[in-house]
Design a protein around this ligand. Structure first.
Ligand code: C2E
Ligand code: CA
Ligand code: CA
Ligand code: CA
Length: 280
């Protein structure tokens, strides 16, 4: 027993050591990812009940020679911990605005309302956030009403006054705000009214369980009716099957995003989606 205990400990120590090394490799690689041009964006279509393109969500991708393709779920938290999220966040903003300006110049379909960008709470909390957004808009000449900033529920319960003030300043430029992963975080319902929110994004975990778990059905129903009463738009994420789209549509949710319509695609395919008369 003693021997196996020792072996278990040794194994544990090796595991720990390996994790520390991996993390160090990741951090080191992240520090040069921007200058090495290792990030790129993919765009996932957002569609209405008729399958028409109403927007894209921009999602970051990181390809590193040594590490391969690393998921943002893995590296974004690290950039937040080591303070690199400001540079990464600005990189995303800059690149979305440049791309959007190019699309704007080609001409956008009438149903298309713009591009959603994920904003880290750390990025939003930075004193200079509003100025840096305005600077990019001014420089790229992008139509700022085409920007939809995705923030999380958790952000709305801390520093309410300063968060609200920043959001209202951005709203003066007709920038829109969506709450991402709605229903999974703090119940910030009580505070929603303080913020210029335009849309709730129903988290994909509820959609995934929609056909199997009656509780998810109830939760989505509640979110949709609440959104309707508060004059908010509601979009369901992670729609993978026709049946989910149909149930959601019956509930009054008429905006969707998910593999059923399209996976996130590179900019050139997104451009084709915009210029072709495609229904999803
Ligand atoms: P999120 O904002 O909730 O993004 C939705 C995630 O669901 C994306 O994963 C997307 O590829 C995936 N997805 C879309 N449709 C489906 C579907 O039908 N089924 C399933 N199973 N998944 C679907 P991704 O791109 O790996 O991003 C993961 C998370 O990383 C994002 O979650 C977001 O929190 C974060 N993230 C991604 N890009 C950025 C960024 O530019 N900035 C920041 N701060 N965070 C980002
Ligand atoms: Ca998102
Ligand atoms: Ca989400
Ligand atoms: Ca998420």
């Amino acid at each position: 027993a003693k021997e196996s205990g020792r072996n278990a400990y040794r194994f544990y120590r090796q595991e720990m050591q390996q994790q520390v090394t991996e993390r160090a490799t990741l951090e080191k690689a992240l520090h040069s990812a921007i200058s090495n041009d290792e990030f790129y964006l993919v765009y996932q279509p957002q569609v209405n009940e008729h399958g028409q393109l109403i927007g894209f969500e921009a999602l970051i991708r990181w390809f590193n020679e040594e590490l391969g393709l690393v998921s943002p779920n893995r590296f974004i938290p690290v950039t937040e911990e080591i303070g690199l999220i400001y540079d990464v966040g600005n990189w995303v903003l800059e690149n979305v605005c440049q791309q959007l300006k190019a699309w704007q110049d080609i001409g956008l379909p009438p149903t298309f309302k713009g591009v959603a960008i994920n904003i880290s709470p750390y990025q939003f909390a930075k004193e200079s956030f509003v100025e840096s957004v305005c600077e990019v808009i001014g420089r790229t000449q992008v139509d700022s009403s085409l920007l939809d900033l995705e923030i999380t529920e958790g952000m709305l319960v801390e520093n309410i006054a300063s968060v609200a003030e920043k959001m209202w300043r951005l709203k003066e430029h007709n920038i829109r705000f969506s709450i991402d992963d709605f229903g999974t975080g703090y119940s910030s319902l009580r505070y929603l009214q303080h913020f210029p929110i335009t849309q709730l994004k129903v988290d994909q975990s509820f959609v995934r369980d929609l056909t199997s778990d009656p509780q998810s059905h109830v939760i989505i129903n509640t979110i949709v009716s609440m959104a309707t009463h508060m004059n908010l738009s509601v979009l369901a994420e992670g729609v993978e099957h026709q049946v989910e789209k149909d149930i959601l549509e019956n509930m009054g949710c008429a905006k969707y995003q998910g593999y059923f319509f399209s996976k996130p695609v590179k900019a050139d395919t997104a451009t084709q989606y915009l210029s072709g008369d495609i229904t999803f």
